[in-house]
Structures are given as structure tokens and as C-alpha cells.
Design a protein around this ligand. Structure first.
Ligand code: MG
Length: 501
């Protein structure tokens, strides 16, 4: 049996190595490729994708999984071998249940939909995008039916991004979260406290922003011998192996937080990726437990650390050094209030910690209705604007800053948005557990001693890779089930201090 498992591993390593080569091409496309490279790159990437798909769905892989299954389970459900096969089998079943014609059709439709979305967003022209979205909703329904015939489609799609999660568990969590935020949003809107972010606006040299971004992620524990930070149109994280993790950030000359917090966020994803044990290299266990857990790592560093009072104390002298003269009159408390300014906004990615999850609640409501057919695509903009009015009291002036702002639905990813909120909730639970273990966490942050925080995450989360389902991983790390209460507590305590209610 050892031999068969070794054979399976050899096959997987080769598939993963080719997948990694494809990721290099994708990274290059977004970071350094000249525009003229696009057509050739598309051909190289789709050729590689076909080879990878062929290897991943080879019937021999299925046969080896079947033959080694009982042998691996006998080693215990937490054993490397059992976990390895569990994750591999899930991926293999998914890949082989989707007919290759369907995959090709859906991917071509998604490319067309993304191009249509880009143009529609530029011109704020929803009707030109609507037929594409209609198609992508249909593809999602069919995809769910192929993957799990007869099962509720949303559960099947959600499971692609958040293994083990069901709508019946998700809906009450998001509901409790939204109910918790409503009184906070109201109190903030009625508060007369002076909270200004003017100190973060102005003219910030972009080279200096990037130098600061490198310094910040290095201090947090990002290892530049095993990674790089570059600039791209939208910040993202990718990896080619456990010792080559790439992050990107962006800069806005007149708004400093864009660069700082994108860097902290992507660094959180990278630290998770860098923290997997070396033995997970090119195995199915290397990728992390799911998107929600991944987002919990990025949000932990971005918000729970990066927007905390002690972090602002630590950050301020660094801002003064990188931007001479700019922060001479700003104190740490003013900086803390500035990076936590809250209010209703149209754009999800610019939303503060209080309102962010309301943007997700809206998308969850609309995508479930699109999928079950109770909402027609043509009525989506109206439903969007009604939701914005209800949740935020504001209505976007056009569809570009409303229903057309996100790329996700055009890519054909329905069931993805909730993982952002799940990440916030898990980050709050981890934050509570870490503080209980480390009573002087604020002191550590204020002194820039981040290693104990990273060490805690390494031990509780990172070393496990994809070994456990997200819910099991959280239970092992915190002793608790998934719960919205810690996030609600955290927000109430923090924001009542800032806005005085
Ligand atoms: Mg993220």
C-alpha cells in the first residue's frame, strides 16, 4: 500500500508543479507583462490548464485513491495520509463530475462575461451585462447539479469556497452579525464625535509608500527570502511553492491607507501560506483550510492588529520617517481615529469594519435569490438600490458604483462573498482566544513585537494546512463553534470608544 500511496503522491506532485508553473504565468500577467503579451499568454495558460486538468482527472488517480483509502483511514482520521486522501478525493470528485465540455463552455462564457462586465462598469451600462450574468447564473445552477444532483444549489456552491458550510448554518450567522451592526451604525450616524481622516489625505510619494509597505510586512514576519511584494492594479496573493509566496499592493497618491492596509491584508494571506509545514509542499494539504480561514488571517493583521490603538502608536514614527514633515502635528490617538473612521459607503472594498459585512449581507441576499430564480437578472439593479437604501440609507447614483462594482458574479463565482464575512467572524474569535493566552498583546503590538502573535497563529492554524475543515480547525484553535458574538462585542467596544456612545 505504501507503494501505491507513493505513486499517487508522485502523480500529484507533477500535477501541482505544472499548476505552479501556470500560477507564475498568471502572476506575471498581472504584475509585469506588457499589454501586447495578452493573446500569447492566454494560449500558454489554457494549454497548461488542459494538461493539468487531464492529469488531475486521470482515472488512474481515482483508482489509486480507492485502493489506498481504507489503508489511510486506518492510520486515524487526523493522520497525514487520511487527510491527504480526503482533500484529494474531494478535488478529484469535483473535477471528474463536471463534463469537460461543460467546463470549457463555462470558462469561455466567464471570459466573455468579464469583458462585458468591464465595459459595462466603465459606462455604467447594466443592460449590456445582463445577458452575460443571466448565463453565468445558469452555469452555476448546472454546475451545482453536476456536482451534487438534487442537493440545494447554494449549499453546493458555498462548499466550493468554504468546505463543510451550509446555508442553514450561514444564514443565522450573517443575520446575527447584521443585527449586531445596526445599532452601531445608527449610533455612529448620530454621534457628534470629531473623527477626521484628513491626516491620511494629501500627497504621498509612491516610492515612499512602497518602501513603507515593504518595511511593514517585513516587521510582521513576511520572509523576503521566500517571497516578494510588487505593485498591481488590484492587490492579491499567490504562491508557486511554500517558499515562494507573492503579494502585491497598490498605491494612491492622495490616500495613504490604500497601500498600507492592502499590504497588511495580503501579508496576512502570505503568512498563512508561508506557515505550512515543509512536508506539505506539493500536496493537497498545502493550500489552507478554505477561503474563510484565509480571510481570517488577512483581516486579523489588517484590522485586529493594523487598526488597533497600539499599532497606530508603533506606526506613527514610521510614517514620520517615510513622509518627512507630513505627520509632525498628528498624534497616535488622532491616527487611530483616522484609520477607523466609519460611515455608509457605496463601495465594498473601501468600507470600514462596521459597515463592511452589510455589503456582504446585501450580496448574499441577492445571489441566493438570483440562483433560486425568485429575483430576475433584469430586476437586479432595482433590488440592489433598494437594499442599499434599507441597509445604509443611501442610493448609488449609477450602477457602476452599485450593482456593477464587483467582478465576482461575472467570473461565475456565486457563493464566494460570504467567505469575507466568515473571515471577519473567525478573526474576531481568534483575536479573543489569542488575547486570553497573551494578556499583554497590546504591549507586544505597541513595541512591534509581532513574533508571538504570528507564533500563536502558526501553531493553531498555519501548521495544519488543509488537514481540517474550517469549523474543526476553529474548534481546535479556540474551543468554540463559529459564532458572531465575538465580532459584535469587538466592534461595539472599539467604536463606542471612538464615537462616544
Ligand atoms: Mg483577502
Amino acid at each position: 500500500m505504501e507503494n501505491k500511496f507513493a505513486e499517487l503522491r508522485k502523480r500529484y506532485e507533477e500535477t501541482a508543479a505544472l499548476g505552479s508553473a501556470r500560477a507564475v504565468l498568471a502572476w506575471d500577467q498581472r504584475v509585469t507583462m506588457p499589454p501586447g503579451g495578452a493573446p500569447g499568454r492566454a494560449r500558454s495558460m489554457s494549454a497548461l490548464a488542459r494538461v493539468v486538468h487531464g492529469k488531475a482527472t486521470d482515472p488512474e488517480v481515482g483508482r489509486l485513491i480507492g485502493e489506498t483509502w481504507d489503508w489511510a483511514q486506518a492510520k486515524g482520521p487526523d493522520s497525514f495520509e487520511a487527510a491527504y486522501l480526503r482533500v484529494l478525493k474531494r478535488d478529484y470528485d469535483r473535477a471528474t463530475r463536471l463534463p469537460s465540455d461543460f467546463v470549457a463552455e463555462m470558462s469561455a462564457a466567464a471570459s466573455a462575461a468579464m469583458a462585458a462586465w468591464e465595459a459595462a462598469k466603465k459606462n455604467s451600462d447594466f443592460p449590456s451585462f445582463a445577458p452575460h450574468l443571466e448565463k453565468m447564473v445558469g452555469f452555476n445552477r448546472r454546475q451545482a447539479e453536476f456536482l451534487a444532483p438534487g442537493e440545494p444549489a447554494y449549499d453546493t456552491l458555498l462548499d466550493l469556497y468554504e468546505p463543510g458550510m451550509r446555508r442553514a448554518e450561514l444564514e443565522p450567522l450573517l443575520g446575527e452579525l447584521a443585527e449586531g451592526m445596526k445599532p452601531v451604525i445608527k449610533a455612529i450616524s448620530e454621534s457628534s464625535a470629531a473623527v477626521s481622516d484628513d491626516t491620511l489625505k494629501g500627497d504621498f510619494d509612491e516610492k515612499a509608500q512602497l518602501a513603507l509597505a515593504d518595511e511593514l510586512v517585513r516587521e510582521l514576519g513576511f520572509d523576503f527570502t521566500k517571497g516578494r511584494q510588487d505593485r498591481s492594479v488590484h492587490p492579491f496573493t499567490t504562491g508557486f511553492s511554500l517558499s515562494d509566496i507573492r503579494i502585491t499592493t497598490w498605491t494612491m497618491r492622495d490616500w495613504l491607507p490604500a497601500c498600507v492596509y492592502a499590504s497588511l491584508h495580503e501579508c496576512g494571506h502570505a503568512l498563512y501560506a508561508m506557515g505550512a509545514p515543509a512536508g506539505f509542499e506539493f500536496t493537497p494539504l498545502a493550500g489552507g483550510a478554505g477561503l474563510g480561514v484565509h480571510e481570517s488571517q488577512s483581516r486579523f493583521w489588517e484590522n485586529f492588529v493594523g487598526r488597533s490603538r497600539p499599532f497606530c502608536e508603533w506606526l506613527l514614527p514610521r510614517l514620520r520617517r517615510h513622509f518627512p514633515g507630513k505627520f509632525d502635528k498628528t498624534g497616535p490617538e488622532e491616527l487611530y481615529r483616522a484609520v477607523n473612521k466609519s460611515g455608509p459607503s457605496f463601495i465594498r472594498v473601501e468600507a470600514d469594519e462596521v459597515t463592511y459585512d452589510m455589503h456582504i449581507a446585501l450580496r448574499f441576499r441577492l445571489e441566493t435569490a438570483l440562483l433560486d430564480g425568485s429575483l430576475k437578472v433584469k430586476d437586479l439593479p432595482e433590488a440592489w438600490n433598494a437594499g442599499m437604501k434599507e441597509l445604509f440609507g443611501i442610493v448609488p447614483k449609477n450602477d457602476a458604483e452599485g450593482v456593477l462594482q464587483d467582478v465576482h458574479w461575472s467570473q461565475g463565482t456565486i457563493g464566494y462573498f460570504p467567505t469575507y464575512s466568515l473571515g471577519n467572524l473567525m478573526a474576531a474569535q481568534l483575536n479573543e482566544a489569542m488575547r486570553a493566552d497573551m494578556p499583554d498583546m497590546d504591549g507586544l503590538i505597541a513595541r512591534g513585537e509581532f513574533a508571538p502573535l504570528l507564533g500563536w497563529l502558526r501553531e493553531k492554524i498555519h501548521v495544519h494546512g488543509a488537514r481540517y475543515f474550517p469549523a474543526d480547525l476553529l474548534r481546535r484553535a479556540t474551543g468554540k463553534e463559529r459564532d458572531a458574538a465575538p465580532f459584535v462585542r469587538y466592534i461595539k467596544e472599539k467604536y463606542s470608544g471612538i464615537y462616544g456612545f
